[in-house]
Design a protein around this ligand. Sequence first.
Ligand code: ATP
Ligand code: ATP
Ligand code: CA
Length: 222
Amino acid sequence: MGRDRHSNAVLIIGLGRFGGTLAESLQRQGQHVVAVDENRELVQEWSGTLTHVVEADATNEAALRQLGADGFERAVVAIGTGIEASLLATGVLLDLGVTEVWAKAITRQHGRILERIGASHVVYPERDAGERVAHLLSGRLTDFVEFDQGFAIAKLRAPRSICGSTLQDLALRSRFGVTVVAVKRSGGEFGPTEPTTVLNLDDMIVVTGRTEHIERFATETG
Ligand code: ATP
Ligand code: ATP
Ligand code: CA
């Protein structure tokens, strides 16, 4: 298989819960996905859902070359528990010239080694999900996404104490370090806020800011 044939496709190594969900979502988005797992039963299971599933040991360079891995620009190593296999597969993909290798890490140490051998993006799905659920469980946030360096965006019900005044008068940015970027009135849809927007008790809002500022805002105004 030639290099240009897969330039837009994604190679997924490992069809565990993370890799399988990722492959399925990408395929649903219309991306060309080739998934690899060494476990024959898993490959058979997924072959009904995914268009291209291959049984192979991803730590074996010859096997990956044979399935055309060197023609991919993007690959995801979705092996977590088997750290050795995760590192070896990442190394093989980089050696084969795959430009963008994403890898799942289960610990910080695992992630650091992946970075050191050249993985372009390291993700920590279990850790991220744990943190996210902590934010949802502990407080008033109904949705929460954290970006780099503790900056986040969250959805919550408009806290009682900030209802009835304009956003301008509330000065939430200087008082709490958060910005209300969108509001959804009951029965309506989310739309952007203005300085003159007045929140009502049944509104949902979207705020951005540093994670600790959003937490403090949600706690102290609620
Ligand atoms: P998840 O939490 O996403 O279910 P995990 O982090 O527990 O997965 P593993 O179970 O170690 O990760 O690996 C995920 C998948 O990767 C498994 O289906 C396993 O068969 C496959 N896998 C592991 N090593 C290799 C390898 N060398 N080549 C191909 N596939 C592999
Ligand atoms: P991860 O979040 O690391 O992907 P996992 O989904 O692979 O975890 P396990 O490793 O099976 O899940 O379990 C997670 C933790 O729950 C382990 O520390 C285990 O000791 C604990 N655990 C499992 N079963 C029980 C139980 N019946 N009672 C108490 N603790 C349990
Ligand atoms: Ca796991």
